[in-house]
Design a protein around this ligand. Structure first.
Ligand code: SAM
Length: 284
């Protein structure tokens, strides 16, 4: 019989957040596949777990995957962990878990900490529908493009961000989504300097850029979704042009033309056009 692949969430800061079941499984398995064996060695040391560790990354995953599958084939149980939180969530593991499922190995997930969900649970923003966007591109032009594509996303948006980019990203969010959009910045969750700031994008740009302490540590941004009101100059122009075109043209054509006229993104304009059309029909 083949072994089981356990996908085990570990703490995102506070060691007390590990589950009793995670300790039990990490102690009992034959092998632990970790993103960084030195980092995970410290976690395991804290809980006096002596299970052997092997490195696993998604890149170059073929060879590393082979070692893990060889262990599973030999009937050994393997646990996958990442440096912090839930594996596969902006962390390695996707290729391994996908292969394991395609090859019909048993995959057992152990729920636990995840920074995105922890931030959402305290943000005070709509949590009935949300989308996790992971890290935005590091380059400003690509980041702006990505944000423009999300301008009319109505679900609450969750981003991971690095401390050295937080001011630039807040600036871009403010520019693209408008200064009035609500945002929560959740920093150092479950750690000593845990800080959760909420306000408008305009307020947070000022607060974070003027306080170097708010630019430190690990952070999650939770941004309210689009509610039909656009604020930035570019977005206002896009909405103005679209509204005019929608009076005479079908949605797709209006979005294509508006993209050509304003230089905006066709997909985003298409979504905005649908929202505007819905609004006008609801108001009719
Ligand atoms: N797999 C992890 C999870 O389940 O949340 C995420 C790993 S990702 C490589 C690391 C990013 O998650 C950080 O850059 C930060 O954006 C976010 N993060 C992780 N721990 C955090 C914490 N304690 N407080 C705030 N954000 C955190």
């Amino acid at each position: 019989m083949t072994g089981t692949l356990y996908v085990v969430a570990t703490p995102i800061g506070n060691m007390g957040d590990i589950s009793a079941r995670a300790i039990e499984v990490l102690t009992a398995v034959d092998l632990i596949a970790a993103e960084d064996t030195r980092h995970s060695g410290r976690l395991l040391g804290h809980f006096q777990i002596t299970t052997p560790l092997v490195a696993y990354h998604d890149h170059g995953a073929e060879a590393q995957g082979e070692r893990i599958f060889a262990a599973l084939d030999a009937g050994k149980d393997v646990a996958l962990i990442s440096d912090a939180g839930t594996p596969l969530v902006s962390d390695p593991g996707y290729r391994l878990v996908r292969s394991a499922r395609l090859k019909a190995y048993k995959v057992v997930p152990l729920p636990g900490a995840c920074a995105a969900i922890t931030a959402l649970s305290a943000a005070g923003l709509p949590s009935d529908r949300f989308c996790f966007e992971g890290f935005l591109p590091a380059k400003q032009s690509q980041r702006r493009k990505a944000l423009e594509g999300l301008l009319t996303e109505t679900r609450t948006l969750i981003f991971y961000e690095a401390p050295h980019r937080i001011v630039a990203t807040l600036d871009d969010l403010c520019e693209v989504f408008g200064a009035a959009r609500e945002v929560t910045l959740a920093r150092e969750l479950s750690k000593t300097y845990e800080t959760i700031l909420s306000g408008s994008l305009g307020e947070l740009v000022l607060q974070v850029s003027s306080d170097p302490n708010q630019q430190k540590g690990e952070m999650v941004l939770v941004v309210r979704g689009f509610d039909g009101v656009v604020e930035s100059a570019q977005a206002m122009e896009e909405q103005r042009v679209l509204s005019l075109l929608l009076a005479d043209l079908p949605v797709k054509q209006a979005a294509t033309l508006a993209a050509k006229i304003t230089g905006g993104q066709r997909n985003a304009l298409y979504k905005m056009a649908l929202a505007l059309k819905q609004d006008s029909q609801a108001g009719a």
